[in-house]
Design a protein around this ligand. Structure first.
Ligand code: FAD
Ligand code: SF4
Length: 554
């Protein structure tokens, strides 16, 4: 293992990144770094800084997805611990993450570290080819006087590695509870194991936080407004443009490094639009509240060709690495409701996603790991089709969703669910492969959030712990909620045969083949009886069309 200790924002630290094989890359001057460079010029380690480290007795390790000092105890920060950041090549390349995810993770961490330095902290950036804990082990071995504090990581593997480190260094290492979520995982974990569903959990959290509550009752009289939130998109609706954030020199530097040294990871990097600082993320949150939130609820289940973002917030990226905190987003949405800037159905819908789903899937992850990784209830063995990697398909709804992912490392929820997961289910694709794809393909993907969504919510791979039924839908439903079908090569009105929309026959084939999982949930056994009522020749045609289509998929 190689470890470099680059001292507090020296020119080499900001401008070089030992990406592969210890290649030192020197890049031209970075504007934002000038301030630091004028104050510190310590590469290699100057005796003054070495002394400062040696004199420190406490260091706080901050992970790439914990970039918010508000989540750390005030007393700890007041004692001005040494702050340690690690740039881990092994983590970055453990799976071939979307290029934009790599840029985002690294640039946001560098910006945050600089910000901490500006706030008066002594900041150390460790660079390692290995994982976080390996770098920290070497650091601790060098500085025997230092006690290391860290916040429990959200992701399983990093947490396991940190706990191994704690076993080695004993009482020199102290873990803080993870403060990036609203719900107490220990309290809710046992309930999730018993098949505790989202709605009950969400109501408990509404009561706990008092969000949208009055006198112990939900404001407006209902806990949710789902019925008002399934509107089709009017043809002439104006969709506000997504605000873009121009990459600054630090981000440009990282873009260059990823393009040069990791050209073969997933996705495109032609355009990087995301914010990398908390200040800008807060501005984007405010812009969402002012320009999109009012229509968020009504159109949250719709798809429009060439419109990757619609009225969605595109804030998961910032929530998931700590730049934004879930409480503050909920409170901003409530303030908008109180000022009549957004209707209740939208505000409640938005809060349910963050306070409900986001917190719920995190607790599911806590309760079900690590076994959850192997979930494959239907024992599907088909490989993930090639089209997920290159968008080469005539199925227009799929092509549009995957193109969005390739271009932005993002597609909105309904494309993830109704198109990408649905198609995977209907083609009997191994859900573990789909899970892997979702993990690497999205900028907002961290295992704790994508895994429950993929293996629990979307594919029923856990056998019904998170969802009550498999998520499958035919072409009719996609047609109802999108404008894709009118421009597609396939005919959504035809049920079988070469010209028919494949979602149609694949759907009925799935209902028939997995009838038990529908009948078990009672509510949807209607679909099974609808299938059973079909004429025998249609059933045969459904099955033949489905077999043929799946066989031809590469
Ligand atoms: P909005 O539609 O604006 O929703 C607001 C916020 O609610 C989001 O920012 C997000 O933080 C939260 N949220 C909404 N739905 C969920 C959910 N089901 N689970 C957790 N949080 C939710 N979300 C991720 O953050 N990372 C993932 O890797 C991820 N993978 C997914 C995979 C599949 C198959 C599916 C069906 C969903 C996945 N989601 C994931 C959930 C959801 O699709 C995204 O959070 C959302 O699309 C992010 O875009 P947005 O910020 O514009 O969300
Ligand atoms: Fe998708 Fe079928 Fe519609 Fe084409 S016709 S866009 S494949 S649902």
């Amino acid at each position: 293992m190689k470890l470099w200790i680059f001292i507090s924002f020296s020119i080499y630290q900001l401008m070089s990144f030992n990406f592969l094989n210890n290649i030192q890359i020197k890049i031209s001057m970075i504007e934002n770094a000038r301030e630091f460079l004028s104050q510190i010029n310590n590469y290699p380690i100057s005796s003054r800084l070495e002394k400062q480290i040696a004199n420190s007795d406490r260091a706080l390790f901050i992970l790439h997805d914990q970039l918010n000092l508000d989540a750390f105890p005030k007393e700890l920060l007041d004692s001005k611990p040494l702050l340690i950041f690690v740039e881990s090549l092994a983590y970055a390349t453990a799976i071939p993450h979307h290029k934009q995810k790599l840029v985002y993770m690294l640039s946001a961490q560098r910006h945050f570290a600089i910000n901490c330095y500006q706030k008066g902290f002594l900041v150390f950036n460790l660079f390692t080819e290995s994982f976080y804990a390996d770098a920290l082990a070497e650091f601790l071995a060098c500085y025997a006087n230092i006690e290391l504090i860290y916040m429990l990581p959200s992701e399983w593997d990093t947490r396991s590695q940190m706990s191994t480190l704690a076993n080695i260094f004993g009482n020199r290492i102290k873990a803080l509870p993870n403060q990036f979520f609203i719900a107490d995982a220990e309290k809710f974990k046992p309930k999730i194991k018993k098949g505790y569903r989202l709605e009950t959990f969400y109501r408990e959290l509404r009561k706990q936080t008092s969000y949208l509550m009055q006198d112990g009752k939900p404001i407006g009289g209902n806990w949710n407004y789902d019925k008002e939130n399934r509107k089709a998109l009017p043809k002439r609706i104006v969709i506000p443009e997504i605000p873009e954030t121009k990459p600054d020199p630090i981000t440009q530097e990282v873009i260059g490094l990823v393009q040069k040294y990791l050209p073969n990871t997933f996705g495109k990097l032609d355009k990087f639009i995301y914010a990398v600082t908390r200040d800008r993320a807060l501005e984007l949150a405010q812009l969402f509240i002012e320009t999109r939130l009012s229509s968020f609820g009504a159109y949250e289940d719709t798809i429009k060709l060439g419109e990757p973002f619609l009225f969605h917030s595109v804030l998961s990226i910032y929530l998931n690495n700590g730049l934004l905190l879930p409480q503050e987003l909920c409170e901003m949405a409530i303030a908008a409701y109180e000022k009549n800037l957004a209707p209740l159905n939208s505000v409640e819908g938005f809060i349910r996603q963050i306070l409900g789903w986001r917190e719920y899937v995190r607790i599911y992850y806590e309760a079900k790991m690590p076994e959850a990784r192997n979930s494959n209830y239907f024992e599907f063995t088909n490989d993930l089709p090639q089209l997920y990697w290159d968008a080469q398909t005539d199925l227009l709804c799929l092509k549009d969703a995957i193109t969005n992912v390739i271009n932005y490392g993002y597609s909105h929820h309904i494309q993830r669910l109704m198109v990408l997961s649905n198609f995977s289910n209907l083609t009997n694709t191994n859900p573990i492969q789909l899970n892997h794809w979702f993990w690497l393909a999205y900028v907002d993907a961290y295992e704790w959030v994508e895994l429950p969504n993929v293996l629990g919510m979307s594919t029923f791979a856990d056998g019904g712990i998170l969802a009550s039924k498999p998520y499958v839908a035919g072409g009719n439903y996609i047609n109802k909620m999108s404008d894709c079908c009118s421009q597609c090569k396939y005919d959504v009105t035809q049920k079988t045969g070469e010209a028919a929309c494949p979602f149609n026959y694949l759907y009925w084939n799935f209902v028939n083949e997995h009838r038990k999982s529908f009948i078990d949930s009672g509510r949807v056994s209607l679909m099974v009886s609808a299938y059973d009522k079909k004429p025998e020749d249609e059933k045969l045609s459904i099955s033949q069309s489905a077999i043929q289509f799946i066989r031809n998929l590469k």
